[in-house]
Design a protein. Structure first.
Length: 317
């Protein structure tokens, strides 16, 4: 139990290296104490609680207990819970103590968060890259922040946005290594990232100036994500890298087409832009068009994850 608490806690917090779990006996009871960084207290203790239990009769009961997840819900099931597969696939953390080997099969577990990260961030990354100058112009241009400042800052934002996906994947995979107590791997990859970033910064700064620093950071971050992806495969055999790459290619194609459509719409509506406010409304509309086209294309390309998301949405609704 001590090891289980430690693994779950490290997966929840931002500072897994500071997680300390101790176990001691108090009479007939075993007390497990969990210590985390002060900034992670809210993530472990939580601010509001809700715990649901599935009883033997299939009814939902609410016992006076707390969950270790912030604003989270704990659902306790047994082997004959109705539609057990649906319940387990919706779980972010799945703890099995049924005493029967291989009772929980691969199709009963939620797909890893890598694909979800890719699907969500690709269109966001594309929008920031394509409309970086417009975004800066809307929120910052004015006074001493002139058109030249907008162009420079917009270009920096564009290059930094190209590393958004890599940064998010690093966060997801690093926490997996921390949970497996493989922090040395993340440290070594971080050192490689620093070296790549430093070398590229010296090279690209001479070419693009301050924008070269943004390019270097994005390149180093994306390379680190690729390295971590192949390293995690060694320890988590269930991760199918080819399947992830297949999903990535479909999502990338959908992103490119949706951005082209959004740019056409933005160009057509450009005549109606008379100031920052109208530009903001047009940008919001263009963003919605981009996301709408992107989702439709994912359905047409039969990306499995988008269908799973639809099932969850319809079920909860």
């Amino acid at each position: 139990m001590k090891e289980l608490v430690e693994v779950i806690a490290k997966a929840l917090v931002d500072n897994p290296s500071e997680v300390v779990v101790t176990e001691k006996k108090e009479g007939k009871n075993i007390v497990i104490e969990l210590h985390v960084a002060q900034s992670d207290m809210g993530k472990v203790i939580g601010k509001t609680y809700s715990k649901k239990r599935k009883g033997g009769n299939g009814q939902t009961q609410t016992p006076p207990a707390q969950t270790p997840l912030e604003n989270g819900t704990v659902t306790i099931c047994h082997s004959r819970t109705k539609d057990l597969k649906t319940v387990t696939k919706r779980a972010d953390i799945l703890v099995v103590a049924i005493g029967k080997p291989n009772f929980i099969t691969k199709d009963m577990v939620k797909e890893n968060s890598v694909k979800a990260t890719v699907l969500f961030l690709l269109p966001v990354m594309g929008l920031f890259a394509l409309y970086s100058k417009d975004i800066i112009r809307i929120f910052y241009e004015g006074g001493n922040f002139d058109e030249n400042s907008t162009n420079i800052t917009g270009l920096v934002l564009r290059f930094y946005s190209l590393g958004m996906l890599g940064y998010a994947l690093n966060e997801v995979i690093n926490k997996s290594f921390y949970a497996m107590q493989k922090s040395k791997i993340t440290m070594n990859v971080a050192l490689v990232t620093i070296i790549i970033n430093t070398v590229c910064s010296f090279a690209f700064y001479k070419i693009w100036g301050i924008s070269g620093l943004a390019v270097s950071t994005s390149i180093a971050t994306n390379i680190a994500a690729i390295i971590l992806m192949f390293l995690i495969k060694k320890y988590v055999k269930e991760i199918e890298v080819k399947n992830i790459l297949h999903t990535l290619l479909k999502a990338l194609a959908s992103t490119i087409v949706s951005l082209m459509v959004s740019y056409f719409v933005y160009s057509a509506l450009g005549v109606y832009i008379t100031g920052k406010l109208t530009n903001l409304f047009v940008m919001c509309g263009v963003g919605l068009v981009c996301v709408g086209v992107y989702v439709v294309l994912l359905f047409l390309l039969k990306v499995k994850e988008i269908y799973e998301l639809k099932k969850i949405f319809v079920k909860e609704k």
